[in-house]
Ligand binder design. Structure first.
Ligand SMILES: [Fe+2]
Length: 281
């Protein structure tokens, strides 16, 4: 285990996750930043409690890790396009991120990570699940690993944000709508090597990665379905119960997540900043 002198790191679950203490995210010095980065690599998702950041401070913390992503299909805050307001109003039926996924995997360079800040949370419900994709890969047989190591997946926004999406009939306050421009395909390795830790992980995301390269969706489905079920087995997961002003920062290169939609009639408002990543290999 790495030692930390500026921050306290308390593991949150056996599979992944740690709670980080001793940090004010509104002003992070260089040494603290380096330790937070190390904790993120070690635990894959890190949680901070009782943080008080302005939008500018949230953006500044994100920029420590790289340039920031502007979402292609979901509008950001008017003055801060890099902040997506993840909003569900009491009358909304649909939530944002309500299925297992990797953020924005359909980009050639998907985000390094996302930093989600709880502004208003429901009295009960609205937890987020995280799944460790290094552990999911490690648990496969040698034969399956060898086969997947040479495979390529096709990623596309079409089935989520495109006009083929079936989800849009439900009410939502999110600043987005189905668009014909949500199309195009990029290729990603099914198993990626983490650029900082060197660890291999599964890199697939349900409807965002509907098939393997040079195969149809129908041909891909049996193995995709198997892997999708495998990726999110309980032993690879943790479940974070939010408090107001909590922050979760996950490494989007090796973690899947799922925002539960189990709080009808209540409001939930989060601010999300996503840090740009590099091309998976
Ligand atoms: Fe997400």
């Amino acid at each position: 285990m790495a030692d930390y002198s500026k921050i306290q790191v308390t593991p949150y679950a056996s599979a992944l996750g740690a709670v980080i203490g001793g940090v004010d995210l509104a002003s992070v010095d260089d040494d603290t930043y380096l330790e937070v980065r190390r904790a993120l690599m070690e635990h894959q998702v890190i949680f901070f409690e009782d943080q008080h950041m302005t939008p500018e401070q949230h953006l500044a913390f994100g920029r420590r890790f790289g340039s920031l992503n502007i979402h292609d299909f979901v509008g950001g805050m008017e003055e801060h396009p890099e902040i997506v307001e993840v909003r569900k109003e009491p009358e909304d039926e649909r939530n944002f991120g309500g299925a297992w996924h990797v953020d924005v995997i359909y980009l050639e360079e998907p985000p390094l990570g996302s930093i989600l800040y709880a502004k208003e949370i429901p009295g009960i419900g609205g937890d987020t699940l995280f799944a460790n994709q290094v552990a999911a890969y490690d648990a496969l047989s040698k034969g399956m690993k060898d086969m997947l190591d040479g495979m390529t997946a096709i990623a596309t926004p079409a089935l989520i944000y495109g006009t083929q999406s079936t989800d849009w009939s439900k009410t939502s306050s999110m600043n987005s709508s189905p668009t014909a421009t949500a199309e195009g395909e990029v290729e990603h390795p099914v198993v990626r090597v983490h650029p900082e830790t060197g660890r291999k992980s599964l890199f697939l995301s349900g409807k965002f990665t509907p098939r393997f390269k040079d195969m149809t969706m129908e041909e891909s489905a049996p193995l995709m379905d198997y892997l999708f079920a495998h990726q999110t087995k309980p032993q690879f997961c943790c479940r974070f119960k939010w408090a107001e002003n909590a922050v979760a920062f996950w490494d989007n290169r090796c973690v899947m997540h799922y925002a539960l939609n189990d709080y009808p009639g209540q409001r939930r408002l989060m601010h999300r900043v996503a840090v740009n990543g590099d091309r998976p290999h």
